[in-house]
Design a protein. Structure first.
Lengths: 191, 150
């Protein structure tokens, strides 16, 4: 018989990495640079969350907030699939962020040096969650190339958190950032 | 798959021969004209379709804990099971493992709807679920090496 394999450790597993940062910082570009599929978009709505509350009045109110969620997929081998999920920009939607962060291997926080403060809330969130993360400074054309030490100072992140340059359009660059993140995850595991 | 034992639908090319008049050109079928008239109005107005209509209004999945990255994989018997349209789409997608988020995006329903549909399929024993678990260090090292080799 085909059993229910949810608790089997064999079989395929999915690994999730969250790509975060302020609005328009290049998250979907980053995902698209390495994803084997065109980044997909799915819709999550507030009513998804109201479900758990079991309050019918919430469902009848027509205040459904819909958030679009972009993600890409990389099949690493026959049993490992890596998903890159972009956090929705603009505003924070806690209900969705927790869905995204729970069980994530780690997070890449993309920073734009022209609007460095945009990623403060994201930093706060992941520091709070103790999800391993690194900061990738997206080098936009025309943006002054800051020293990474300056960026680190501006962000106020711990010395232990890697801050790296990246070009979200370049597959090689994105790959390097992901490898740096996984190294960081391993470091935190061993520590 | 299209064997000799599948005589249910005539070849579309045969229809003009077997049926001299396409039904929508028949002059006096009031039933049909009413029906087409209605659907045309609906399309024009862009009527709001409530997302949970495909789950008959149920918003709560029968199985909890479906994460965005939980993998869904169809069991062999599911392809021949009598399933509703969206569930059949899910079964076809899940011939190889796909995540809950991917199911939602590809079927074109919000995540909450996808969760209800997937949980129903799981409860009906049409799919298996591979829920994410804490990865041991050697697996993380393998992930790093595989990403590096991309």
């Amino acid at each position: 018989m085909y059993g229910r394999s949810e608790r089997e450790s064999t079989g395929p597993s999915a690994v999730k990495i969250v790509i975060s940062g302020g609005f328009g910082v290049g998250k979907t570009t980053f995902i698209g640079a390495i994803s084997e599929i065109e980044p997909l978009t799915t819709e999550a709505s507030m009513t998804d969350r109201a479900v758990g509350i079991d309050d019918a009045s919430l469902l009848t109110q027509k205040t459904t907030t819909t958030v679009a969620l972009d993600f890409g997929r990389i099949t690493l081998d026959s049993s490992l699939i890596l998903y890159l999920f972009g956090t929705p920009g603009q505003e924070r939607f806690d209900f969705l962020w927790d869905d995204l962060a729970t069980g994530a291997l780690g997070s890449v926080i993309i920073a734009d040096t022209r609007r460095i403060e945009d990623c403060y809330p994201v930093l706060d969130y992941f520091e709070d969650k103790s999800t391993p993360f690194i900061v990738a400074v997206n080098d936009f054309d025309g943006a002054d190339r800051f020293e990474l030490a300056e960026v680190r100072e501006a962000l106020g992140v711990d010395e232990a958190v890697p801050v790296v340059h990246c070009d979200a359009r370049s597959r090689e660059s994105v790959k390097g950032v992901l490898v740096a993140l996984i190294e960081q995850v391993l470091l935190q595991r061993v520590a | 798959m299209r064997g000799d034992d599948e005589p249910r639908l005539p070849d579309p090319r045969m229809i003009p021969i077997a049926q001299p008049q396409p039904w929508f050109e028949q002059p006096s079928s009031t039933e049909h004209s009413v029906a087409t008239g209605q659907s045309a109005t609906d399309d024009g107005d862009g009527v709001f379709v409530r997302p949970f209509i495909v789950t008959r209004g149920r918003t709560r999945p029968l199985h909890d804990g479906l994460r965005l990255e939980t993998l869904v994989e169809a069991l062999p018997a599911a392809l021949s099971a009598p399933l509703q349209f969206e569930q059949r789409q899910i079964v076809e997608l899940a011939q190889r493992p796909v995540s809950v988020a991917e199911v939602a995006a590809r079927v074109g329903v919000p995540l909450g709807v996808a969760r209800v549909l997937i949980a129903d399929l799981y409860t009906g024993n049409y799919i298996s679920l591979h829920e994410p678990h804490e990865l041991p260090v050697h697996v993380i090292e393998r992930i790093r090496d595989l990403v590096r080799a991309l």
